[in-house]
Ligand binder design. Structure first.
Ligand code: GLY
Length: 463
């Protein structure tokens, strides 16, 4: 947790952005894994953490804009809580850490919101993503559960997005810390990438490392020889010489900030010519994207440029053919990279995705595309200093997708389907770095870059 002045200042700024009404930020509760009391590790809501800083379950924050009063709502520990969980700080002490003077029992939430509704005041809340919070909102707002999601406050959501997207100096320090942990996790994975080692052992070792120095992994680790499956969480494989291991993973540090890196390592560090060629296309897309990212440029244009590099690289290898601009217009590169170039990152690995991906990543000026591949870009708008983004181009050979395009003659003039058959056992290569946009361009969030060339990855993994 930062010192309380930071949270007080953030809440002051939020108050200026919301004209009137009652702002409600609901914290998360415990979530039962298989029975109440045997819970998933607690994860606080990120907006609650951003404005209140407290990672204790079952809290809510209320800001009455007109009365200029704020409250922390929660329940004091019972003797049973103390017996089972220890003598944790009281609610009053926790509120003081966040710079909040007024505390109320959680049950008062219904009264405050009920009085607000009677007085026809606007109740600003964020779209819930957990059923518990959806049910609480349904009860206190006296609305049907299925109307809760659509009734969220756009004014509050946009105010929060504006603030959270631009990372402050203290947030960048936290992100760097998460980056350092992610870096260590990936070095271990590269070293362990040897024939006969199980994917599960590597994924487990990485996760153990994240837990040993921070909160947890920032998302379930993606690690597989079958890297053509973009979010492959199946770790049942045993590494084999000749295959590639795609590893996309990061850490969440003790203050809830995320890192997210991807490297693809040849098992035992032995890359075939074909693997090197594809790796170098992805590496060029990564490096050129980083070189291009600066204030004033839309990330949508950086994504399109990555698609250009991938198309031209694959054309040099004889896998596609035709004019670059025509291929980009037709969305040809999406066959090989059916995902976006990157996303915002911060307290969430996909920052604020719960508030609405398009609200976070697009605006009046930069609209989301509808074409396959382009439409998957989570963040397309103009870059500003303080934006933190991932840059993660990839080339994948997904047999089912290739066969679908071939059968339906999609972009058939551009694609050498006959040549692609040889790549059905290739898997995929993704390379991912995390950057922060500066006044002039961008820099890595964590100063040390993971080995990224074939030569440097080989040095680590072929010992
Ligand atoms: N690194 C995983 C993702 O961006 O979804």
């Amino acid at each position: 947790m930062f010192n309380k002045e930071i949270y007080v200042k953030r809440r002051e700024e939020l108050k200026k952005s919301v004209k009137s009404g009652i702002v409600l930020l609901l914290g998360n509760g415990e979530a039962a894994m298989n029975y109440a009391g045997n819970d998933y590790t607690f994860r606080q809501d990120s907006s609650f953490i951003y404005y209140v800083g407290l990672d204790t379950p079952n809290l809510a924050y209320i800001l009455d804009v007109e009365q200029n009063k704020e409250y922390l709502l929660g329940d004091e520990l019972t003797i049973d809580d103390v017996i089972w969980m220890g003598n944790l700080p009281s609610l009053k002490e926790r509120a003081a850490e966040a710079g909040i003077d007024r505390i109320l029992p959680f049950a008062e939430l219904a009264t405050i919101i009920g009085n607000g509704l009677k007085a026809k005041r606007m109740i600003h809340y964020l779209k819930p993503y957990r059923y518990r919070n959806q049910l609480i909102l349904s009860e206190i707002l006296e609305k049907k559960v299925d109307s809760i999601a659509s009734g969220f406050s756009l004014e509050l959501t946009q105010a929060i997005i504006r603030m959270r997207l631009i990372k402050s100096a203290e947030e960048l320090t936290e992100l760097e810390d998460a980056g350092k942990m992610g870096y260590a996790m990936h070095i271990v994975a590269m070293k362990m990438c040897q024939p006969g080692v199980s994917e599960r052992e590597i994924a487990g070792t990485m996760e153990g490392l994240a837990i040993s120095v921070g909160n947890r992994v920032s998302f379930p680790t993606i690690l597989s020889m079958n890297g053509q499956t973009l979010h492959n969480h199946d770790h049942s494989g045993i590494l084999k010489t000749g295959r590639l291991m795609l590893c996309d993973a990061g850490a969440e540090n003790l203050n809830y900030y995320a890192s997210d890196f991807t490297r693809t390592t040849a098992v035992g560090g032995e890359y075939s010519e074909r693997q090197k060629n594809i790796h170098n296309i992805v590496l060029k897309a990564l490096n050129d994207s980083i070189a291009m990212a600066k204030p004033g440029i839309t990330y949508k244009s950086v994504h399109r440029n990555a698609y250009r590099i991938i198309f031209e690289g694959l054309r040099d290898l004889g896998l596609v053919t035709g004019d670059t601009e025509a291929a980009l217009e037709a969305g040809v590169p999406a066959l090989f990279m059916p995902h976006g170039l990157g996303h915002a990152m911060g307290l969430d690995v996909h920052d604020m995705e719960n508030l609405g991906e398009t609200l976070v990543g697009y605006d009046e000026e930069t609209k989301r595309d509808t074409l396959f591949g382009y439409r998957s870009l989570r963040f397309g708008k103009r870059l500003e200093p303080g934006h933190v983004l991932t840059v993660e181009p990839g080339v994948y050979f997904i047999p089912q997708l290739i066969e679908k395009w071939e059968a339906e003659k999609i972009n058939a003039d551009f694609i050498r389907f006959d040549k692609l058959k040889d790549f059905y056992d290739f898997g995929g290569i993704r390379l991912e770095d995390d950057i922060v946009i500066t006044s002039q361009g961008c820099r890595p969030v964590y100063e040390k870059r993971l080995p990224v060339t074939v030569e440097d990855i080989t040095l680590i993994s072929s010992h």
